[in-house]
Design a protein around this ligand. Structure first.
Ligand code: MN
Length: 263
């Protein structure tokens, strides 16, 4: 594509956005004091909930302006996992938020609908077979694509059933070990879920524990957790924009995620 053609292509997208034939879907939950935070076993340090204090609000300490100081763990709410989040990715190049090239934050997205299976089984695991079956209909997952697992789990965000913690730990759907290996073979950009983290609730018990951290980040790939509105996306054909904060040496951050989709 020459310069003129690429300028025309972008102008066409902007025109279609203006006339509503292409739309922007926000895949981000509101972030606030009620945002659920992952609970680790008690021997580990915990991430605190989001909190804030007012610096000033149109008052004597700031008569015309309003601003807050916020306190938030890097992995809170709808958030981005960088490869440095896990020990397996700690020595990779460009593994933190300030060093990931900007171009990696825009790409194609494949949405795999496992909502029925997840409603029937809180421990449902996405498998290579499930994805291969999806590919028979929608085509092969392209290199550099984001793969998002739709479970409709985001609709539970205000309920205890979102974290779904039982006596033996959390129960929520996610990818199997073989599934994560399959996605790495497909050379995806990353994997995203509607649950509090990218791994299944019981993923700490797998042969390779927490494969969507251990294996995905070890392969230099990214994660997105606590997404919503995946039911508004087509299986293929949308573009994902992920924009975490550019924190120096950051392992992750709350993120705004937009999908650009045909209306
Ligand atoms: Mn995370």
């Amino acid at each position: 594509m020459n310069m003129t053609n690429s300028s025309q292509a972008l102008a066409q997208v902007l025109s279609n956005l203006a006339d509503g034939s292409i739309k922007v879907v926000d895949l981000t939950h509101p972030l606030g004091e009620n945002t659920p935070v992952i609970a680790l076993p008690p021997e580990f340090a915990q991430s605190p909930p989001f909190s804030r204090e007012v610096i000033s609000k149109y008052n004597e300490t700031g008569p015309a302006w309003y601003w807050n100081t916020i306190h938030v763990g890097e992995h809170t709410g709808t958030h981005f996992d960088a490869p440095a989040h896990w020990i397996s990715g700690k020595d990779l190049p460009n593994n933190t938020l300030d060093t990931i090239p900007a171009g990696k934050h825009v790409g194609p997205v494949c949405v795999i609908d496992a909502s029925k299976e997840s409603a029937a089984d809180a421990d449902f695991l996405l498998t290579p077979e499930f994805i291969e079956n999806w590919e028979k209909t929608h085509g092969r997952i392209p290199a550099g694509a984001w793969v998002l697992m739709r479970t409709d789990w985001s609709k539970r965000i205000a309920e205890p059933s979102f974290l779904n913690i039982k006596e033996d730990g959390p129960h929520s759907p996610g990818p199997s070990v073989a599934c994560v290996e399959f996605l790495i073979e497909r050379n995806v950009a990353g994997f995203g879920t509607e649950t509090v983290g990218t791994d299944a609730g019981q993923g700490f018990l797998f042969d390779t524990p927490l494969p969507c951290h251990t294996l995905i980040h070890g392969a230099g790939k990214f994660g997105l957790a606590s997404l919503c509105n995946l039911d508004q996306l087509p299986p293929t054909g949308a573009m994902l924009i992920t924009a975490p904060m550019k924190i120096v040496d950051g392992s992750g951050s709350p993120v705004r995620v937009f999908a650009i989709t045909p209306a």
